[in-house]
Design a protein around this ligand. Structure first.
Ligand code: GAL
Length: 389
């Protein structure tokens, strides 16, 4: 594998069906079957080596401390990844003890070695609301080709989790600093919320908590978030600048209530072959629970819950973690990396990352097997579970 000038990962073979070996170019092979098979094995090994280059030795270890290139634990919790040019940027909650960062940014060209770019958003960039400080959870960043800006959305919150707004910030450069623009509830007052609701949804609209961003193949961007006190997910198309909802808001056309009354959060969307997938968690705070994968043929739904995609011991607790993002595997259509957070509520900065590869089967279903370690060779080999922990 090499990085082209466009920065995409390019494997030195033609993509083959998921799980098959790389197809090698035409070669002259010896006539004896034994020599033939040895030669083929050697060529296959060489093919893999070329295919994965320096990535081959990098072992992802879900749940282990993950150090950045300066040997500090990565602080990008509840995060997401932006791929631009030859670089991946990982944004997430910066919980560095004593730090002023609320969102950190890391960069990598191989998804394994991450260099800290610094604080993308600091607590000094955040508004004070009613004299109270805000904090940030689950920040995500997408690029807007029309404006040339990097746009960050976040769950902006205050103690008590009643403020529950979307925070939106923009930057000319991927690492920031981002400039905070506004705090909003994207969908205002459409439901008959009770007047004694302490999150004041009857005044300001549905709450905005666990969130994600998604850019569809047609370039339209969406924000997905747990709303109505986490009872129902909202999916809302963004305006041309990606800095707010597309207006006018028309339910069923520009936004939708999905997984209504299912109490799902940690929504991690992805698309493949005209299907839209939503991996979500149940709503149990920092404690792990069973994930679900819902599927639709339209980004705005309706979504049908398919059950827990995780496989193996601890699958019912999402391997002790909670969904945050799904990243398409570089140059491997139909293969993805599930990103989840193993929260440590007694010491949140020490929360860990669980990244696991998975494949969309030909019938459109997914299974995410537990792996103690894995490397890029899984994207050429059948994705089979290793013994569960
Ligand atoms: C989780 C949520 C986290 C954080 C936590 C606080 O349910 O996914 O992002 O908000 O609750 O208890």
């Amino acid at each position: 594998m090499h990085l082209s000038s466009a920065g995409q990962f390019h494997f030195n073979y033609q993509p083959t069906a998921a799980g098959s070996r790389p197809a090698l170019g035409p070669v002259q092979v010896a006539k004896s079957p034994a020599v033939h098979s040895r030669l083929l094995a050697a060529l296959a090994a060489l093919g893999l080596l070329l295919a994965h280059g320096s990535l081959a030795g990098n072992q992802f270890t879900p749940g282990a401390v993950w150090l950045d290139t300066s040997n500090n634990p990565i602080q990008a919790h509840g995060g997401g990844i932006l791929h631009t040019g030859k670089t991946y940027y990982w944004y997430g909650e910066d919980r560095t003890p004593g730090g002023s960062g609320v969102v950190a940014c890391y960069s990598s060209t191989n998804l394994f070695d991450w260099q800290r770019e610094g604080v993308a958003l600091s607590r000094f960039d955040l508004p004070r609301i009613n004299g109270e400080r805000c904090f940030v959870e689950r920040p995500k960043v997408i690029f807007n080709p029309r404006t040339g800006k990097y746009v960050m959305w976040m769950h902006l919150e205050q103690n008590g989790y009643r403020y529950s707004r979307a925070g939106i910030a923009v930057s000319d450069t991927p690492a920031g600093r981002f400039k905070f623009l506004q705090a909003i509830r994207p969908v205002a007052n459409t439901n008959a919320f009770p007047t004694d609701d302490n999150a004041e949804q009857n005044l300001y609209g549905g709450t905005f908590r666990d969130m994600n961003l998604f850019v569809d193949d047609d370039g339209q961007a969406y924000v997905l978030y747990s709303s109505e006190g986490n009872w129902t997910l909202y999916i809302v198309r963004l305006n041309d600048d990606f800095t707010g909802p597309a207006t006018p808001l028309v339910e069923g056309q520009t936004w939708a209530r999905v997984l209504a009354r299912k109490m799902r959060e940690g929504a991690a969307p992805f698309t493949y072959l005209h299907r839209y997938y939503l991996i979500t968690s149940a709503c149990t705070g920092w404690a792990p629970n069973a994930a679900d994968c819902a599927v639709a043929t339209n980004i705005l739904g309706p979504y049908a819950m398919q059950g827990n995609p995780c496989v193996g011991t601890n699958a019912s607790r999402t391997f002790e973690a909670q969904s945050t993002f799904v990243l398409p595997a570089p140059d491997r259509p139909g293969q993805f990396i599930f990103m989840a957070d193993e929260w440590r509520p007694q010491n949140l900065p020490d929360s860990r990352y669980v990244w696991l590869p998975f494949t969309v089967a030909t019938n459109g279903t997914i299974a995410i097997p537990w792996r103690q370690t894995w490397d890029w060779s899984v994207f050429s080999d059948p994705l089979e579970a290793t013994p569960a922990r």
